[in-house]
Design a binder for this molecule. Structure first.
Ligand code: CDV
Length: 305
């Protein structure tokens, strides 16, 4: 029996600061319906898919900040997406800003979930690697305040058995870290779902701005190849509130080859048939972990110093 997941990377174009969630969800449903009409099993949306990328602004007012967060999922705004996907029998994933009440304390996370074809949330991942800075840095053309608005995940990575395979999630900056893919691969993941918001301009090192698209695909392709897994990279793209976000949403095979890639910087589907059994092409060969890995000499990888 083949294990082919027809997967759609559902790239989103810019979302304005004042665009209501209902408008964004309507755009997501349009992409979902188009993907379903093309036989997709799984539709993957980007990081912080429901709102504009708000960490670009310095804010001090808690209510103003919390307005970008969701306190429950699904909620009134996203329920139409959950319902339509269930009617169509399509699984999906998306990122959002989460407020979680844990032990009587409110926590803020940059979160992504996987929802199966029956409409159940089967995986919830909170971003591990939070880039940026915690305080206002007015010298920047725009802020990147993820370290101010979010806490890093306390639980780390997870892999879930669903859709006949094993799926894992990461969020944006996580994709640049080789540890992300290896940790998930060791947990059995055969496909990584990774949404991102990546500005073309990186204020601390503007000399690398022209390399943003290259570094994006380099990271996705290297992660896929060195771990023998499918990688679905999905952008929020285009000029959002004056900030130029890269596109380049891509589906990468376990060989590291890009099999489908976005052509625009707007709402766009990138679709490919992902045969999960192809992971063995790499994992039973050059990266056969059981045969060739040497964890006993990798002692620095989990040590603090
Ligand atoms: N949303 C992100 O995590 N963006 C970061 C940038 C800005 C450093 C990224 O790695 O793409």
């Amino acid at each position: 029996m083949t294990r082919i997941l027809r997967t759609a990377a559902a790239q989103l174009g810019p979302i304005a600061r004042d665009e209501p969630r209902a408008g964004v969800v309507a755009r997501m449903i349009a992409l979902l319906e188009s993907a379903a009409a093309q036989g997709a099993d799984l539709v993957v949306f980007p990081e912080l898919a429901l709102t504009t990328f708000f960490p670009r602004w310095f804010m001090e007012d808690a209510a103003e900040i919390d307005a970008f967060f969701e306190t429950e999922m699904p909620n009134a705004a996203t329920m139409p997406l959950f319902q339509r996907a269930k009617e169509l029998g399509v699984a999906f994933s998306f990122g959002y800003a989460e407020i979680a009440l844990e032990g009587g304390t409110r926590h803020h996370y940059n979160t992504a979930i996987i929802v199966d074809k029956a409409g159940q949330i089967v995986n919830r991942y909170r971003k591990v690697h939070l880039p940026g800075h915690p305080e206002h840095e007015p010298w920047r053309a725009f802020q990147h305040l993820e370290k101010r608005y979010f806490e890093p995940s306390p639980e780390g990575f997870s892999a879930v058995e669903t859709l006949g395979g094993v799926l894992a999630q990461a969020i944006c900056n996580d994709r640049r870290w080789p540890e992300t893919y290896r940790e998930c691969a060791l947990r059995g993941a055969e496909m990584m779902l990774i949404g991102y918001n990546t500005p073309r301009h990186y204020p601390p090192a503007p000399e690398h701005d022209h390399l943003q698209d290259f570094h994006n695909h380099l990271s996705l392709q290297a992660g896929a190849y060195a771990n023998g897994m499918w990688v679905i990279g999905v952008a929020k793209a285009g000029v959002e509130e004056g900030c130029d976000l890269i596109g380049g949403s891509a589906i990468v095979a376990p060989t590291g080859e890009i099999v489908a890639v976005a052509q625009t910087l707007g709402d766009e589907l990138v679709i490919a048939d992902c045969d999960l059994d192809r992971c063995a092409e790499i994992r039973s060969n050059i990266f056969d972990f059981a045969k060739h890995r040497r964890p006993e000499v990798y002692t620095r990888l989990t040590a603090r110093d």
